[in-house]
Write a protein that binds this ligand. Structure first.
Ligand code: DTR
Length: 340
């Protein structure tokens, strides 16, 4: 008898093991693990908002979800983000729409010089625009947040006080910001933000057009002694999730994430606006950066040069069958609504 039991033991053990392997869901009752890719370094605002989202989601789902974050392009780089998420190389990814301007034509309209006054307003306007028009560019992913930078300003090694100072200057900017630089007579050099510190160091560019928090987060204040307050076009961002991974989530987890879309977008806008103020104070105090204001007459000249950018976008968007005039009207109405 004993012998017989002993002989079936290995069989039982094997059966049990096979059952465990065949039913990983039942065996591993641990959290759903999600990978979240981001392209810039950890201290920058896209990654700060990523960590905030991770913490909130993990708490609000009572540990049903564990988010592994990958800042600094360690999982997906700036331009590979959207396709990488669609292909499932990362479950979630954060992308800057300006790095692929032809791909996100509709939502990139928020990057036109239309007077978005701050990142909070920009983020809410962008999210509304996305929700209303549901652009095909986001059709293969689940959008978890959309937000914008604060308006952009010139940071440079040499002072820029007039359009003449800007003429032919090699400055870094992507998408809408690159068009703005071109319209002012500078020489726009396109590259994602993480490539910019080296380009500045090597002198490939003499400055950049971006939101000012990068003076602190990328320590550009060490190399750029001047900032010219142009307060122009923002950069739009999106956080997207692989559709199959989204569909496979339990309903209560989906609800937590769904409920966070507007909140996270607005939180990021507010964080950005506050952080820009910190970065300005820090740059003045720590590196004695001079912040140059344009007088009204000079600013009017700069603004006048930007009108053709919007006209060009309207023509291109109409060619693609987009309701360009309505889109611009919605952006302007959204700016008025959220600026109150
Ligand atoms: N200004 C855009 C986007 C941007 C602004 N701040 C950061 C920080 C990290 C990455 C991107 C950005 C840009 O210049 O690319």
């Amino acid at each position: 008898m004993k012998r017989r039991i002993r002989s079936v033991m290995p069989l039982l053990a094997t059966t049990l093991l096979l059952a465990l392997i065949a039913a990983p869901g039942a065996a591993a009752a641990g959290p759903v693990k999600l990978s979240y890719a981001n392209f810039p370094p950890a201290p920058t605002f896209p990654c700060v908002q990523m960590e905030r989202w991770k913490t909130e989601v993990e708490q609000r789902t009572d540990g049903k979800v564990a988010v592994n974050t990958y800042p600094g392009g360690t999982l997906l780089g700036a331009k590979a983000m959207m396709d990488g998420v669609i292909a499932g190389q990362a479950d979630i990814g954060c992308l800057c729409m300006a790095y692929q301007p032809g791909r996100f034509v509709l939502t990139n309209a928020t990057g036109l010089p239309l007077g978005i006054p701050n990142a909070r307003v920009g983020s809410l306007v962008l999210l509304d625009l996305y929700r209303k028009y549901q652009p095909a560019a986001f059709g293969k992913v689940k959008v978890l947040a959309m937000f914008t930078t604060a308006p952009t300003n010139i940071m440079s090694k040499a002072p820029v006080r007039t359009l003449a100072d800007l003429k032919g200057m090699d400055l870094r900017g992507s998408g809408g910001a690159a068009q703005v630089l071109g319209a002012w007579g500078a020489n726009p050099v396109g590259m994602p933000m993480p490539a910019t510190p080296e380009a500045l160091q090597k002198g490939v560019v003499k400055g950049l057009l971006s939101s000012l928090e990068v003076m602190k987060d990328f320590k550009f204040a060490e190399m750029c002694g001047y900032a010219t307050m142009t307060n122009t076009a923002i950069y739009p961002f999106a956080v997207v999730m692989n559709m199959d991974r989204w569909n496979a989530l339990p309903d209560d987890v989906k609800k937590v994430m769904e409920d966070m879309v507007t909140e996270q977008s607005e939180w990021t806008g507010n964080y950005m606006d506050g952080h820009v103020q910190d970065a300005i104070a820090w740059s003045k105090k720590t590196h004695n950066v001079e912040f140059i204001s344009l007088d009204a007459a000079e600013k009017a000249q700069w603004d006048a040069k930007l009108a053709p950018i919007t006209e060009k976008w309207v023509a291109g968007a109409k060619e693609k069958g987009l309701a360009a005039d309505a889109i611009l009207a919605d952006i302007k109405a959204g700016i008025a609504k959220y600026s109150k």
